[in-house]
Every structure is written in C-alpha cells, then in structure tokens.
Ligand binder design. Structure first.
Ligand code: MN
Ligand code: MN
Length: 463
C-alpha cells in the first residue's frame, strides 16, 4: 500500500458539511433554516414553544391523548408527542428529548418601584447568565399573569415594530472606574442592580397627595391594556428576553444568530424530524422538557416523574398493563438522544478548548459521549456499543457528525438531562449543534450543523 493510501485508510479526517452535500441538498438546507429562524423569533419562552408545538402537531393530524398519533401537555411547559411504531411498544422506544427553557431575567414577586422620577421593574435572573450581557440592550417582556378569577393573561411587549422595548441601563465609563472597571467581571454587574427601566412620565392629575406619580402612570397603562394590578405580579410569570428576531450572520450567511438556541435548536429539529417520519419501526417519542437550565427541578422537568407517567400511558394505550416489569423491560430496550447543544471551538479563546476533541462549527451534529466536569463527575457516558450502533446508522444515511468533548479536562463543564433518563436503563447520548456565544442573548449556530442535526434525528427515529 502506498503511504497516501495508508493515510487515507487509517487516519480520521473531519468533514465540513458544505463540502459533503450537493446543490440540491443545500437548497433544502436553506428551507429548513428559514423555518427555523421564524420559529426562533416567535418562541422565546417555554410556554410559547409548547404552543407552537401544539399548533404544528394539530395541523399534522395529531390529537391530544390519541393512541397512534398523540400528544400530551403538562402545565403548558412540557410537551410529549408520539407516533406508534410498527413493532409493539414492548420492544422499546426511540426517544429524542430536548429542553425548551432558556436563561433569562424573571420579574421579582414585587418588582415595581420608583426612584428619582423613573420607574423600574426588579428582576432575578434564571439560569447561567453573564450579567454584563443583559445591560444596555433592548429587552422584550414575555409571559403570563394568572388572575384570581381564573383568567390567564398573555403578554408580549417589545417584538413588533411599533412596540416599545425595555432596557437595563449601564453606568457610563466616565464614572465606572472604581465601581466596575477595577472589579472582577463576575462582580462588575450586580444581580440586584438588574432593574429594568419601564416608565418616566407622571400621571396627569396634579394631586399633591400622590407621591409616586411615575409608578402610578405605569400601573394605569398596564391596567388599561391588560387589567393587571400591582398585586397580580405575585401570580405572574413574566420574563425579560432579548427583543427582536433571529438573523443570518456573516456575509456568506453561514450562521444563525439569535436568543435561545440552547436548546430550542434541538426542539425545532427534533419535532420537524419526527413529523416527517411516517409509520416508524419503533414507537417514536419526542419530549420538550422545562427547567433544565436550573438543574431540572420541579414538576415539568427531567427530574420529575412526568416521563414515567407518559410511558405508563403509552403502555396502557397499547392495551398492556403498565406493570413495573413491563416498564423496565421497555426501558432496557429503548434508545434515546438527549438533544442538546455543546460548545463550539472559539479560536479567540483557544486556551479553554482541546482542539483535537472539541466541536467545530460547520462540521455537523456534535455527539458528546459524556458531559460533566473534571474526572467525568456528574456525567452520563454513552456505552461504546450504543455509539457504534448510532454512528453506523448515520454513516449509512450520509449524516455529517463529529464526536466530541466540551473544553479542556480541568477547565469547567456542564450537564444535560441525559443522566436522568439513563437512570431508567435506556441507552442515551447527547447530540446537537455546537454553539458560539452559548447562554448569551445572541447565540451562534452554523447552518450546516442545524441541518445535520435535523437529518441525524430523522434517521435515528426511523431505525
Ligand atoms: Mn442545553
Ligand atoms: Mn444551557
């Protein structure tokens, strides 16, 4: 064998998505990404994502609780949908699970105050943010207010061209020397100062007895439009998120930039893939989980027993008694993808990356065999046999993938929902597009990776 042949035969070389697909497929890729950008611009909370999913499912003929093509929604923040397989459910499931919550600023229970003739809303951030990302930029208010009379009022302010937006003001550099510039990055912006500027005009009536006239004007405006009083904030879920649409990034339009791609990129691609697989071999189950970003706590999360409930019901729908025996036997034969993003190599911060092992933008869906941190703590690690099975399938279907880790060994780490699902006995591995600027208000994905994520999910659901 010549040395070039030997090299070709024995060494591994990563492939760029755009050097693998033809013109026809590139055209299709653009179509998929266009729909994705629309979705990402419209869905900025878990409730909005569930609603989007429900509408799409209904349009495709799925019905709530249906045996063959059904879905289930819990507390408007968790969505499960399924398509019964040709094989009996007792032979196992094919599951793709993603999370639809994203880092954001939640309004506090008593958020409204006036100071120096300006009105503000106090916030408490949700999930892992870098606080300096959230100042001096346009913010939109999304969420619901639950009234004592049973009404749930939906609010979205700041997304339409005519809407106002909100913002958190930052200190001018001229006065920031001691209070910010000399501090550590993590301490320069304080959580308690993430107060959102919302009003600055006093109420018209000049009655001197009313002291906080700007605050009152804000309350008057919001009462007129939504029927909300100050006390109603305690039973509200109102979030500040970056205002505006997702965009194409780069002169060659290689990337998608937008808020919430961790992990709504996986929610979108898994649902799209699922809807295109007709008559699957094994029963397909797609899950949108909530609360991943704060450790999967609460009754809509991966740590709750909601997943068990869904599978118990599927077993019953198949006409089988849902005993523990049946459940664990199904779990042992189930294969799953924990659909979540990972960090792409940022050459500007190469010191935290392992160039040989971390994911590169444009090189396809990134499979993270394990997550966790130094010493593989808190990680689920996919078994070698399961990985080989999955990758063979993707090879056969021309899916471009990269198997990777996230960052240098002692640099940090992170977790996903994979470990909670693995505890039932199923085989599961993390996979999704690599991101730049993860957990920032403007996360970056490569179109090629988004497309390959969709293609990989679709192929997985078929076998
Ligand atoms: Mn994630
Ligand atoms: Mn995350």
């Amino acid at each position: 064998m010549k040395i070039e042949e030997l090299e070709k035969e024995l060494t591994y070389k990563a492939k760029h998505v755009y050097e693998t697909i033809d013109k026809e497929e590139k055209k299709f890729l653009e179509k998929v990404v266009k729909d994705y950008i629309k979705f990402l611009s419209a869905c900025k909370t878990e409730r909005e994502t569930v609603e989007f999913g429900k509408e799409l499912l209904e349009k495709e003929g799925f019905k709530e609780g249906d045996t063959k093509k059904g879905y289930f929604i819990y507390r408007d923040k968790f969505l499960a949908c399924w398509g019964m397989g040709k094989r009996p459910i007792t032979e196992g499931l094919r599951i793709i699970v993603s999370h639809i919550d994203t880092p954001r600023l939640d309004l506090k229970l008593h958020p409204l105050f006036e100071d120096t003739d300006l009105a503000f809303l106090k916030t408490h951030y949700y999930g892992g943010i870098k606080k300096y990302h959230w100042v001096a930029m346009p913010l939109a208010l999304h969420g619901v207010v639950a009234k004592k009379d049973g009404r749930v009022i939906k609010i979205v302010i700041g997304e339409k061209e005519k809407d106002c937006v909100f913002t958190i003001c930052d200190l001018l550099p001229h006065l920031a020397r001691k209070i910010q510039a000399e501090k550590k990055l993590s301490e320069a912006i304080v959580g308690e100062k993430l107060n959102v500027l919302v009003a600055g005009i006093p109420v018209e009536d000049k009655n001197e007895k009313v002291k906080e006239r700007i605050k009152l004007k804000f309350l008057e405006l919001i009462y007129k439009k939504y029927g909300i009083k100050e006390e109603d904030f305690v039973s509200a879920e109102l979030y500040l998120v970056p205002a505006g649409s997702a965009r194409e990034v780069g002169l060659d339009r290689a990337f998608v930039g937008g808020y919430g791609q961790d992990d709504r990129s996986c929610a979108f691609t898994s649902l799209k893939a699922f809807l295109e697989v007709e008559d699957p071999e094994y029963t397909n189950l797609i899950l949108f989980m909530d609360r991943e970003e704060i450790g999967s706590e609460g009754n809509t999360s991966a740590k709750s027993r909601i997943f068990e409930g869904v599978v118990y019901n599927l077993i019953k729908k198949a006409g089988i008694s849902p005993t523990a025996d049946t459940f664990f036997s199904i779990m042992a034969q189930t294969k799953a993808i924990s659909a979540d993003v990972t960090a792409g190599i940022d050459p500007n911060y190469i010191e935290v990356h392992d160039k040989l092992n971390d994911a590169k933008l444009g090189f396809g869906i990134a499979v993270s065999r394990y997550t966790g941190h130094g010493g593989k703590y808190m990680a689920n690690e996919a078994h070698a046999e399961f990985l080989a099975w999955l990758l063979k399938n993707w090879d056969e279907n021309k899916v471009v993938y990269q198997v990777c880790s996230m960052g240098k060994v002692d640099e940090g780490g992170g977790g996903t929902v994979a470990k909670y699902f693995a505890s039932y006995g199923m085989d599961i591995v993390d996979a999704g597009p690599p991101l730049l600027s993860m957990h920032s208000p403007f996360e970056i994905t490569h179109k090629g990776d988004l497309y390959m994520t969709y293609k990989a999910f679709k192929t997985f659901l078929k076998v």
